[in-house]
Write a protein that binds this ligand. Structure first.
Ligand code: SF4
Length: 313
């Protein structure tokens, strides 16, 4: 039997579906979104997949259920479209650690260093970067650039993902790391992995590269959210311990209902992602706010590193 909250959610979902059709809108949602948001979304994916979907869509309105930089990225790729985010305060603390002016200063001092910027960054920061990457393609992108003869890199802003790229490509690669991190992933420690290993010796532990090295080193698989989804589809393990934001577990349970999932950390939650609720999404579609508006020149400059990434990925 449905309780009050289920009924209220069903009602909101119906209204959202109706508005979506009326306004020719598409709802894109990140894996870390609440289950009810995932339910109403047209597409669920990671940052790269969402960026690609935003580029392919014929909809007039793109509603990004994710954090602010994701909505900005959708706008940069689709300047002619209306891009909305249900809550304007849904920021990313990691993205906030990268400051445009500091990167410009760095470039002045080290003009031969290539700036590789994680998509988890503001449009301002993207605009002064040489290329963007996601956690799914960071290793591939830097490898290709290295093979093209680029030898010095600055990785912005996630020091954990940057160190993972370095590890994968061999430590002789000259790459400096910005001192940013994701508070959600960085809080996990190796003791959390050891706890599950002792409790469930047959489990597999999958973690996101935004986790610290000591955690990655003990994991069975390290990958972006989309890579974790692929891994879960093909593993024969019955128990999977998930080392990324727990919103993804809702999605994993749907694609692999026969498996048991545990969150690696007791509160593996990105508060910003959870700011997006059904009522905010409904209001967003109804009132067409909050709209992402970016200066034309900023769009032009921020688009270059994203396009370069999409070419190489
Ligand atoms: S999980 Fe971390 S990196 Fe992702 S949006 Fe939240 S704070 Fe930013």
């Amino acid at each position: 039997m449905l309780n009050f909250f289920d009924l209220r959610n069903e009602n909101l979902i119906e209204k959202i579906q109706k508005l979506k059709l009326e306004k020719n809108a598409v709802i894109l949602a990140h894996f870390y979104q609440r289950p009810e948001i995932q339910k109403v979304a047209d597409f669920i994916g990671d940052s790269l997949e969402l960026a690609k979907k935003a580029r392919e869509t014929n909809a007039d309105i793109i509603v990004m259920c994710g954090v602010y930089f994701m909505a900005e990225t959708a706008k940069i790729i689709n300047p002619e479209k209306k891009v909305l985010i249900p809550y304007y305060k849904a920021g990313c603390l990691m993205a906030d650690t990268a400051i445009k002016e500091e990167i410009i200063e760095y470039k002045k001092k080290k003009p031969d260093t290539f700036i590789v910027t994680y998509v988890n960054s503001s449009a301002d920061v993207k605009a002064v970067s040489d290329i963007c990457c996601t956690s799914a393609n960071a290793v591939k992108i830097v490898k290709k650039l290295y093979e093209q003869g680029i030898k010095k890199f600055l990785f912005v802003p996630d020091r954990n993902l940057g160190s993972y790229v370095k590890e994968k490509l061999g430590n002789d690669i000259e790459m400096e790391l910005w001192d940013g991190y994701c508070y959600v992933h960085d809080q996990v420690s190796k003791e959390d992995v050891i706890f599950y290993r002792e409790r469930f010796p047959k489990c597999v532990v999958v973690v996101h590269p935004e986790c610290r090295k000591e955690v990655r080193d003990l994991a069975d698989f390290v990958g972006s959210t989309s890579q974790i989804v692929k891994f879960v589809k093909q593993t024969s393990a019955k128990i999977v311990v998930v080392g990324t934001e727990e919103g993804i577990i809702n999605y994993l349970k749907k694609i692999a209902p026969e498996k048991t999932f545990y969150s690696l950390y007791r509160r593996f939650i990105c508060d910003s992602m959870k700011f997006i609720t059904l009522s905010r999404l409904y209001k967003c579609l109804l009132e067409e706010k909050y709209e992402i508006t970016l200066d034309e020149n900023l769009i032009k400059e921020a688009r270059k590193p994203i396009e370069k990434m999409l070419e190489l990925s």
